[in-house]
Design a protein around this ligand. Sequence first.
Ligand code: SF4
Length: 354
Amino acid sequence: MWESSRVQFSIIGKFRNGRLIYRVPPRTPAYGYIAFGVIDRGTNVLQVRPTTICPQNCIFCSVDAGLSSRNRWAEFIADLEPIVRGVKEAVSIKGCYVEALIDTIGDVLTYPYLVELVKSLKGISGVKSVALETHGLLLSKRLVDRLHEAGLDRVNLSLETLNSNKAKLLYGTPAYSVEKVIEVCEYLVRETSIDLHVTPLWLPGINDEDVEQVLEWALRIGAGKKWPPVTVQKFIKHKYGRGRGLREVSWSDFWRFIEFLERKLGVRLKWSMEEWGMTYTRRVEGPIKLGDVVEIVVTSRGWLRGEYLGVYGDKCLVAISPGKLKVKIGGSYLARVKSVKDTLYIVELLREVK
Ligand code: SF4
């Protein structure tokens, strides 16, 4: 019989500002937590999250990742096993082809087993495509070659400017070389079958013209071999994100800007789900419902300061809001489920189980 107490998260290091780095071991449930594992939102695109680490420090980061994070107190690097198991489980439930989209709350290129992950995902019968999202700081021709060999289908590149100094400012690190990212992406499009989708985030008043230049560059180099070549993302302020001082526009102003760009550049920026190959599917069923009282074991800190992470048996991960209780890592608690969204769960502790 499986025992949740056997799942032990070991601390493998410390990141900046005292953040603990945990290794997520094999046999950990794949579903339930936003920071790592697999997330199903009821479509044929599964979000796959193997790591939370990021080498950048973007001024607009919606998940407060990277070098100077203030709201995080833990980072996670997951073993391949839970991720691959979670995707296999979803494929068998959905009964259709899926895309595995590696879209972390950090930058996936930091994941030490990325090539193996892509290869393992591509090896699952029922996984039609594997894509990843990145800002590209760690891209290299060598890595592109290895990802190509492993079967990667697409890179979604978030690039906000082609200007070298501006990129260093926006990404909060002098290590970011926009010239290198451009060179490697051009290589990727030219020399491999991997597709490139370029998706700048529009920061009103900061990169209006840069967005145009990024889109023109992407089209010029041949992004969009099989999927839409370009889209633009809207900047939205998030509770735990950075960029509180940046300007956020309304959705109507955003769409006006998109239509202006479409007319000016003669490019399409709006794409339907069908054009992305996306469909609604059966969902991975959750093992817990809102209001349930369950016994959980605390495995570690959670990613956000003050939050913990736990497991409900071998069934799912849960984010733990401790309330007034003092939390012991490894302790068992009764907890009430206070939020269920897609395959993500938040519980509130009621009392310790001795
Ligand atoms: S926006 Fe992406 S690349 Fe930038 S700090 Fe956040 S997670 Fe890292």
